[in-house]
Design a protein around this ligand. Structure first.
Ligand code: ZN
Ligand code: ZN
Length: 475
């Protein structure tokens, strides 16, 4: 008999990793425990050496699809006589190091349940599981447990609780787990914030209003979209005037890949990028003049698929693609909360489709294109952030890089990794500068990061340069 202690670091929280460990430990009749820790996951298994070896092998070969192990530390110890295998409560003694997952598009299983009239979550706009759903935009702090997310205000009903506590269930410790009885809900409001309809009626009203050529501000995962019928030239042009974007192209969201193929000619690689769990906007060749209003004078168009259950439900109740552009006034950050939306998007939209799950941090859609046969990320944001970029060496001191003036992002570097922020945008407005500062604060607090070195552009007039100098050189 031996006891094996395993320290894992990587994207191992919120991806169904503990139930998976529970299952394979039981299969191999190993006793011990698994624990989510701020540094990742700690496992102790006790049993005969061949079973321990097999356990290690399964850990790598059978792990859940979204789990990535970046670092593994093994320690063989004398047995301590565990009775059975258990999932222990999280501890938070150490500084947080676990990787936070990005927001992941609705998985195939959840989408099937969403559209299955016999499922208890039929047409529930916030369905999710350990393989999909919001992460980065709902986490307040680590470790990733429900009380530390914006779902903390929703008390699970009996059925949801049962799934959440069942190690063999796909929703075991799925932190945003919810249903129509206990979870967040959608509602349609007019420009003054007066609620017009809720839940199912709000969804059918939205479909009808889109068909009527209305513009709707939709609160999604990382903020608001302004949406309208992409084939309705008048609606698109009205949106363009209101957004004061006379020429810039709008991204278009389609129900499915087949619908994209009716209007555009994606290559095989582009199709795989469109279908990837990040569900980015992908720039593809336009096929028809039907989408001229969305992409005036351009051969390419930004297309993407619905990535949240709410988007899926809307696209499934209409028979046309929709323009889905960031809900913001030119150059300002994307709007994320209901009150903020009602105030700042009032002049841009006809109606609001809102929900009551708070968004902890804003995160724009990502944009990708194919260059020379490989995907190139033009805007790395929702679906990718905050996955770290791993360095082949260890940084001696923590580094903050404040980015340039246009299309800004910031990065923090510590140990052997760099975490690049979500899209911040052009540093042109006071709101953008506030957003830039709050993102630096946010990443610093979540990773308990304190920079010792700051990297900025040499351009003396960049706001980021001035900010870095003021903040650090003067000290
Ligand atoms: Zn799912
Ligand atoms: Zn429930």
């Amino acid at each position: 008999m031996q006891r094996l202690r395993i320290n894992l670091n990587g994207t191992v929280q919120g991806v169904g990793f503990r139930p998976f460990v529970f299952r394979i430990a039981n299969e191999l009749s190993l006793s011990g425990f698994v624990l989510n820790d701020t540094t990742g996951v700690i496992i102790e298994v006790e049993g005969k050496k061949p079973s321990l070896d097999l356990f290690l092998k399964k850990l790598h070969t059978e792990k859940p699809p979204l789990a990535h192990i970046y670092y593994e530390e093994l320690e063989y110890l004398p047995p301590s006589g565990y009775n059975g295998f258990s999932i222990k409560e999280s501890s938070s003694e150490h500084p947080p190091e676990a990787f936070i997952l990005p927001d992941i598009a609705t998985c195939g299983e959840c989408e099937r349940e969403l559209l299955d009239p016999s499922d208890r979550r039929y047409r529930y706009p916030f369905i999710n599981c350990t393989n999909c759903g919001p992460r980065f935009t709902i986490i307040k702090k680590l470790p990733y447990d429900r009380p530390n997310t914006t779902m903390s205000g929703f008390i699970m009903c009996r059925d949801c609780k049962r799934e959440y506590n069942d190690p063999l269930n796909r929703r075991f410790h799925a932190q945003p787990n919810a249903c129509d009885l206990c979870g967040p809900e959608v509602f349609l409001a007019d420009r003054n914030g007066r609620v017009l309809s809720r839940k199912e009626s709000a969804l059918s009203d939205t479909a009808r209003l889109l068909s009527d050529g209305k513009i709707i501000a939709l609160k999604g995962i990382g903020g608001f979209h302004l949406i309208c019928n992409a084939l309705d030239e008048e609606a698109v042009n009205t949106l363009r005037q209101r957004k004061r974007r006379s020429q810039k192209p709008f991204a278009v969201m389609f129900r499915d890949l087949d619908m994209i193929r009716e209007y555009a000619e994606p290559t095989i690689l582009e199709e795989s990028m469109i279908m990837s769990p990040a569900r980015p906007i992908v720039l593809v060749k336009r096929k028809t003049t039907l989408l001229e209003a969305a992409s005036p004078g351009l051969k390419k168009i930004g297309v993407f698929l619905p990535y949240s259950p709410l988007h899926i439900l809307i696209l499934n109740s209409i028979d046309f693609p929709i323009v889905a552009t960031s809900g913001n006034i030119s150059d300002e950050p994307i709007v994320k909360e209901n009150d903020e939306g009602l105030e700042r998007l009032k002049g841009l939209t006809d109606l609001f489709l809102l929900h009551n799950r708070p968004i902890e941090r804003r995160c724009d859609d990502s944009v990708v294109k194919e260059v020379g046969g490989a995907p190139q990320i033009i805007r790395r944001s929702r679906g990718y952030v905050p996955l770290p970029i791993k360095l082949p060496f260890k940084l001696k001191r923590p580094v903050l890089a404040v980015g340039g003036h246009e299309k800004n992002t910031i990065s923090i570097g510590f140990d052997d990794r760099i975490i690049t922020s979500q899209h911040i945008g052009d540093m042109e407005t006071p709101e953008s500068i506030d957003n830039f500062e709050s993102i630096i604060e946010d990443l610093s607090s979540i990773y308990r990061f304190e920079p010792e070195i700051v990297i900025h552009d040499l351009h003396p007039d960049y706001i980021t340069t001035k900010w870095a100098r003021k903040r650090f050189h003067d000290k």
